[in-house]
Write a protein that binds this ligand. Structure first.
Ligand code: HEC
Ligand code: HEC
Ligand code: HEC
Ligand code: HEC
Ligand code: HEC
Ligand code: HEC
Length: 389
């Protein structure tokens, strides 16, 4: 017995470390070059540089792949680095099923493949050109011109404040951070997926940083109990905010409580307020699923009792108000005022998808009534459980 207990503990520790580790691994020279002059120049590095922080490539250089594999491994055996890929130049696979896997399966944020190869409406334009249709973030209610509120591609401000172009409009990287004592990715980990207030890694706890549970393979393999856990709440201010609040930094009018009940209707907090004191004027986001009605039967066929949900479905994920109580991903969904929320990521991918408006599923297949089409119980019907009947 003496021997079994410690190795069991080691196993636990190993799983634990895997769960919370956002930090990079591998030999320094996988990713850094001291003088940007090495000869012969290693083939896996791009010739564009030198780059900030002595890196061998820029963000896209490292996070893209010329094959359809969505996690690429570089470096010598035993000292490899594992890089999550957000832009494949060959189309990755995309599943609308709640269980998916495979080395080419699109990661949680989606992929920039479709915006680069199909059309501007399939993703955020950050890689090769600005959006030819949208001249600002739809729903924008703040932000100066020449900023990321208008374009994620153009330079935000002239040198030396030019860091805001592209990926860093949304991410404030901290690749060497990790070692958190909590399962939830927070300040110690560089925040959830480095979604931190622009240019401000650090405690800065009063300021718009996102927390959450990070799936160790970025949802390359995904199922109802193997996924990221998103955090959301309905407050909208300068405090740390949930994932909908994060998107609303540029798309402010689409967050349900941005203007309280005024712009989007629906939810009205405070005395005398509550659910449905006003009609919704835009789809709710950052709002809990009510404990009545068809959406209280999340991911069921809609015939059962109100408030009884089916399992978490990563195609239309809910986000958690009480994320700090989570130590691992859960397939349980709860409704009501303390329960889970509909967020921007319930319907959209953050980077891009095979569908216009970066939607998580094919909107043209959502056909109301009569059980028509191939999408019964999918997409919108995961929450609107009776609209496909
Ligand atoms: C898998 C890629 C990777 C490996 C391996 C790696 N780094 Fe980094 N490193 C990065 C990236 C990306 C940054 C960019 C800035 C950031 O995110 O903070 C960075 C930033 C840094 C920084 C500046 C920011 C900071 O956190 O202080 C230092 C110093 C650094 N690395 C040192 C090292 C050393 C030393 C090694 C080897 C022991 C190493 N790195 C291995 C990817 C890597
Ligand atoms: C030298 C290669 C390299 C460069 C350059 C690089 N990254 Fe990374 N990045 C990595 C690796 C490796 C990981 C995976 C770390 C891990 O295993 O969790 C990573 C992880 C990430 C993640 C996910 C973090 C998480 O919680 O899993 C984000 C977001 C990210 N990088 C954004 C960026 C941005 C934005 C830039 C440009 C400013 C950038 N990276 C530049 C290698 C790189
Ligand atoms: C830093 C600012 C910023 C943030 C944060 C942001 N967006 Fe955007 N978004 C934009 C801009 C600018 C455009 C228009 C240009 C483009 O598509 O790149 C846009 C366009 C879009 C579009 C329309 C795509 C198209 O081309 O038709 C959708 C959908 C969208 N964003 C969803 C989201 C979601 C979901 C989030 C949160 C994960 C988010 N955005 C976060 C700036 C932002
Ligand atoms: C509009 C904001 C936005 C922009 C621009 C953006 N990201 Fe992300 N990124 C996110 C969000 C939000 C997530 C978390 C997605 C999730 O967990 O569903 C994410 C996740 C990631 C991850 C983890 C893998 C995954 O799919 O979850 C990596 C790596 C990453 N981003 C890198 C990049 C790089 C590199 C760029 C530039 C080419 C970039 N991001 C541009 C918002 C953005
Ligand atoms: C219930 C699903 C759903 C939710 C939740 C949702 N969206 Fe959308 N979004 C859509 C659909 C569907 C479209 C396509 C256009 C339409 O029907 O308005 C769209 C379109 C957009 C567009 C493009 C609008 C344009 O004018 O081109 C942006 C930007 C956007 N959403 C951002 C967001 C943000 C930010 C959030 C969270 C605050 C959010 N969405 C929440 C389903 C959703
Ligand atoms: C994650 C769950 C979720 C998903 C996915 C979802 N919705 Fe909703 N939807 C809700 C909730 C919650 C409400 C508010 C219900 C209420 O007020 O009783 C709502 C309300 C609505 C309303 C009515 C607003 C009102 O005034 O009552 C419409 C229309 C709607 N959704 C359409 C859609 C469409 C179309 C899609 C797919 C693009 C979609 N929804 C996807 C959760 C969702």
């Amino acid at each position: 017995m003496k021997k079994v207990v410690p190795s069991f503990l080691v196993l636990i520790l190993f799983l634990w470390v895997n769960l919370i580790q956002a930090r990079v691994t591998g030999v320094c020279s996988n990713c850094h070059t001291m003088h940007f002059s090495q000869s012969p120049w290693p083939q896996i590095w791009s010739s564009e540089g030198p780059n900030r922080k002595l890196l061998v490539k820029d963000c896209i250089g490292c996070h893209s792949n010329t094959s359809s594999e969505t996690i690429k491994v570089i470096g010598p055996p035993g000292a490899e680095s594992r890089i999550p890929v957000v832009y494949n130049t060959i189309e990755p696979t995309y599943s609308e099923e709640s269980i998916a896997s495979g080395s080419s399966n699109t990661l949680a944020g989606g992929n920039f493949y479709w915006v680069e190869h199909v059309g501007d409406e399939y993703g955020h334009n950050v890689i090769s050109h600005a959006d030819n249709v949208l001249t600002e973030a739809p729903g924008r209610n703040q932000g100066c011109t020449n900023s990321c509120h208008f374009s994620l591609y153009s330079w935000r401000f002239p040198w030396p404040n030019s860091e805001g172009k592209g990926c860093t409009s949304c991410h404030t990287p901290a690749h060497h951070k990790a070692g958190s004592t909590t399962a939830v990715a927070d300040e110690e980990d560089g925040w959830y997926r480095f979604l931190a207030r622009r240019h401000a890694q650090g405690p800065d706890s009063a300021n718009r940083n996102v927390i959450g549970l990070e799936d160790p393979d970025w949802q390359q393999t995904v199922s109802p109990n193997d996924h990221n856990e998103y955090w959301d709440n309905w407050t909208y201010g300068c405090d740390n905010g949930g994932i909908s609040r994060f998107c609303a930094a540029c798309h402010g009018q689409f967050h349900s409580t941005r203007y309280g009940p005024w712009a989007n209707g629906g939810f009205k907090p405070g005395p005398g307020g509550g659910w449905h004191t006003a009609p919704w004027l835009r789809h709710p986001a950052g709002i809990y699923l009510p404990d009545f009605g068809e959406t209280s039967k999340y991911n069921t066929d809609g015939s059962g009792p109100e408030g009884v949900t089916g399992p978490y479905n990563p195609i239309a994920p809910v986000s958690r108000q009480n994320i700090n109580t989570f130590t691992s991903p859960s397939d349980t969904v709860t409704v009501g005022s303390e329960g889970d929320m509909v967020s921007c990521l319930s319907c959209h991918r953050a980077h891009g998808s095979p569908y216009p408006d970066m939607l998580r599923w094919d909107y043209t297949k959502m056909i109301a009534g009569g059980g028509q089409g191939s999408a019964v119980g999918k997409g919108c019907f995961i929450c609107h459980t009776q609209k496909d009947e």
